[in-house]
Design a protein around this ligand. Structure first.
Ligand SMILES: Cc1cc2nc3c(=O)[nH]c(=O)nc-3n(C[C@H](O)[C@H](O)[C@H](O)COP(=O)(O)OP(=O)(O)OC[C@H]3O[C@@H](n4cnc5c(N)ncnc54)[C@H](O)[C@@H]3O)c2cc1C
Length: 535
């Protein structure tokens, strides 16, 4: 059943009420599409070019959370001359979900592995510019193995191509309205309902699509959220990886940010002055400043207070729900914070002492026979297991794009599971995870890969791995999630339309920095407020 947004009802009721929000979302979405070059250029200039012009009256700004979103916010504001202080709960490191394994768990100490974000789709131009601008080296990631013939990937592409008709208009205005209609018509649908009711697929086709990447667990979640992800980072997207690991990105800002970060400060309380509620009971903030006061708790139980003129909150909403905020946030914002669902993510990495994924057949023979003469033939004669059921395979295996200098081996991300899949992996001990992950690789690449497994692996779980939207939540909550409340601004991947990506986090950080800077220029504080964020 295809519905069309061409005739948006004007007679009252929900449909009409939703349209202004759909249009605002249309603007934001059009700016992320192919026509969004201007906004992207502006963000790139702000982040890597001259940045905003120097602030005449620097603001004291607290940035809560030193993930990549918070670091980008701090970087932009610092370069505009504001007095910025980053507050981070982790006692040892910055970077949030861009993280390295703390110590190499592998037999070869030269090898390393990312514990969080791994690769960057080619369409994520801001991230790639930042990587280049900060002097990091990158290389193409090994593309995912997409089976030949007409596959579920082709079927999904064909169905989603038809959705592209909504927003591929000639003019910028046409694209804004097209995106708005897409949101209007499709935001209420889950991926499963979209595939069956809108696209008219039968159960077998839906089930085949469900085996792709993470489509399975998203069947009951928002179709539009899935579509946006697919558009920029689907299975066919070319990808890049940062040499040495993505965890290097947060550290590449270098000394510019060093003196601004306070580690081991978990934010437990925020008080803010909201001009929209002048009569609320304020104890530590006032109209003349400070307008924000933040209390933190260290791992040793030490409490500290920080005051500022504005704050940018980049904590994942799951973490923000644990923070006491006074006065309480307006109802729409509270609902947006409470409603966002996070899915756990579990990764399993295995170390191999040879990079067999790069082997030609001749190299397989040479390397196996070097281990034991005739081994190549013995593997060839044994019945090789092949994938028959998707449930048996690892989710989203990926291989490093090149060698680590000085090492013949490499680390394979053997599984990257989310939601229920992650929970199933979490039920296993690390050793059982490695054994199962190896079996999963063997099912796809043959039993012989075991010959190069060193017996070492790494595994990690993130409870707030990925923010996902339920049907209807884009229109219900996105605008409220992003909106500033008085001196509080909000960033982090969950406030972007490129959710669960480094790009979304960076964009949100730049957007929030510009909003703080703009707000200050429009309404300068009464007193010059130079000097450190005081405790
Ligand atoms: C396993 C995994 C694989 C991924 N793979 C990719 C990928 O290949 N490509 C891609 O583009 N993206 C990937 N992502 C997503 C990407 O890593 C994230 O979208 C991005 O890093 C989020 O950045 P952020 O700054 O918004 O949030 P975060 O990195 O979560 O930063 C939030 C910060 O707030 C801190 N914090 C939390 N609570 C408090 C508190 N109370 N007080 C003070 N500080 C607090 C946290 O410690 C953290 O440092 C992956 C994520 C995971 C988990």
């Amino acid at each position: 059943m295809r519905t069309s947004g061409d005739g948006v009802r004007r007679g009252g009721g929900d449909t009409e009420d939703k349209w202004p929000d759909c249009l605002r979302l249309g603007h934001e979405l059009a700016a992320m599409g192919s026509d969004g070059a201007e906004l992207r250029r502006r963000y790139r200039e702000v982040l890597l070019g001259d940045g905003p012009s120097p602030a005449e009256r620097p603001l004291r700004v607290l940035v809560l959370g030193a993930g990549i979103a918070g670091l980008c916010t701090a970087y932009v504001l610092r370069r505009a001359g504001h007095d910025v202080h980053l507050i981070e709960a982790d006692p040892d490191r910055i970077g949030g979900r861009l993280a390295a394994r703390t110590r190499s768990p592998f037999r070869d100490p030269l090898l390393h592995a990312d514990a969080g974000g791994v690769s960057i789709p080619d369409s994520h131009a801001l991230t790639l510019s930042l990587v280049d601008g900060l002097g990091l080296r990158r290389r193409p990631a090994v593309p995912a193995v997409v089976p030949t013939g007409y596959t579920a990937v082709d079927l999904l592409d064909a169905v989603l191509d038809a959705v592209g008709d909504y927003h591929e208009a000639e003019t910028p205005d046409g694209r804004v309205v097209g995106w708005a209609r897409l949101v209007h018509d499709l935001d209420g649908l889950s991926l499963g309902r979209f595939l069956t009711e809108w696209a008219g697929l039968d159960t077998a086709a839906v089930s085949a699509i469900g085996r792709l990447e993470h489509a399975g667990y998203r069947m009951s979640m928002s179709f539009v959220d899935f579509y946006l992800h697919h558009l920029h980072a689907g299975p066919r997207a070319a990808r890049w990886e940062i040499e040495g690991g993505s965890w290097r990105l947060p550290y590449a800002f270098g000394p510019v940010l060093d003196d601004m970060v306070s580690l081991d400060r978990r934010v437990t309380r925020i008080e803010y002055y909201d001009p929209a509620r002048p009569t609320a009971e304020y104890t530590r903030v006032a109209p003349g400043g400070p307008r924000v006061w933040v209390e933190t708790l260290s791992s040793r139980g030490r409490r500290e207070g920080f005051a500022a003129d504005a704050a940018v909150v980049t904590l994942p909403f799951a973490a923000l729900r644990q923070v006491r905020i006074e006065p309480s946030l307006p109802a729409a914002k509270r609902r947006a914070v409470m409603a966002l669902r996070y899915e756990p993510v579990t990764t399993v990495q295995l170390e191999f002492d040879r990079r067999w994924w790069e082997f030609s057949e001749d190299e397989w023979q040479r390397e196996l026979d070097a281990l034991s003469p005739g081994l190549y033939d013995r593997y060839a004669q044994a019945r090789t297991r092949r994938v028959t059921r998707s449930g048996a395979t690892n989710r989203l295996a990926s291989f490093p794009g090149g060698p680590v200098p000085g090492s013949d081996g490499g680390v394979v991300l053997a599984s990257h599971a989310r939601a229920g899949g992650a929970v199933r992996w979490e039920a296993l001990s690390p050793d059982d995870r490695y054994a199962r992950a190896l079996r999963g690789l063997q099912e796809v690449y043959g039993d012989r890969v075991e010959a190069f497994y060193t017996g070492h692996g790494a595994t990690g779980s993130w409870t707030t791995g990925e923010a996902v939207l339920a049907p209807g939540q884009l229109t219900a909550h996105h605008l409220a999630a992003v909106a500033p409340i008085g001196p509080l601004h909000f960033a982090g991947e969950h406030t972007s339309l490129k959710r669960s990506s480094i790009e979304g986090a960076i964009e949100s950080g730049v957007r929030a920095a510009l909003a703080v800077d703009d707000q200050h220029r429009l309404a300068p504080t009464r007193e010059p407020v130079c000097g450190g964020a005081h405790r």
